[in-house]
Design a protein around this ligand. Sequence first.
Ligand code: AMP
Ligand code: FE
Ligand code: FE
Ligand code: ZN
Length: 279
Amino acid sequence: MAEVDLHLHTTESDGRLTPADLVKLVAKRGLKTVAVTDHDVTTGLELAWEAAAEYPWLNIIPGIELSTDIPGGEIHILGYHINYKDTYLQSRLERFQASRIGRAQEMVRLLATLGMHLEWERVKEIAGPGSIGRPHIAQAMVEKGYVSLPREAFDKYLGRNGPAYAEREKQTPEEAVQLILRVGGIPVLAHPTHVDDLELALSTLKDAGLEGMEVYYAEYDQDTIERLARIAQRHNLLPCGGSDYHALGIPGEHLPGEMGPPMEVVRLLNDLAMARTDG
Ligand code: AMP
Ligand code: FE
Ligand code: FE
Ligand code: ZN
């Protein structure tokens, strides 16, 4: 068990635990520092801090995970210690939310042309108040019996090359890195094994200001972690990581704190954030 987990989702995006329930769980599991990193929203942060008042030893870093697009693929950029109240950031996030809604509606329409009829009201209900995403559509498809698992929905229909895939508002990874820097945050490349040409991506993103990369990611075996740790060191990137917990309740799901970076990384993230507010 790790003391640190810097990658966690809540009902404010596509996680299934409310921020309060997530905080309860991570406290029970003995975590000392966590980051809440919902997709393209920050509305879970204050809810998490409120819940954490009961656990004074628990430190919650404000985070986010931004979805970005590259030709033929996508890259997720995490941001830590962001000034989430920044009005420019929030106006960008509102645009992403609006485009996520339009895109989800388009995917529901495409599914209907394939003979799979979902009720839009039900998809919205599953998504709840926060950021709507493909996992919510996948869940609605499972409920209707069109697929047996969310994974099957992604593999057959909702994946980038699937027949029901629709684009959301595009943002490049470089733009996401710059947005996070602009609001005093530390930009970190998420789950780097999803990136096709990692060396190429890292050289471009380092130029844009990338400061970290996930290394201690719960899905990774020891060999992968060691390989990524060497790459992070070579590019002078902070080795971050966590469980990417969504509370899906599926077999084999990694729980908060199963994997995470050493506490030293938390101190280095703090130092970077402090240097930024002083300067
Ligand atoms: P979206 O934010 O709508 O683009 O959906 C992306 C999210 O879907 C990711 O952050 C994951 O949580 C989830 N996801 C991506 N690929 C899969 C997959 N193959 N099976 C299940 N969930 C996935
Ligand atoms: Fe997700
Ligand atoms: Fe991600
Ligand atoms: Zn994630």
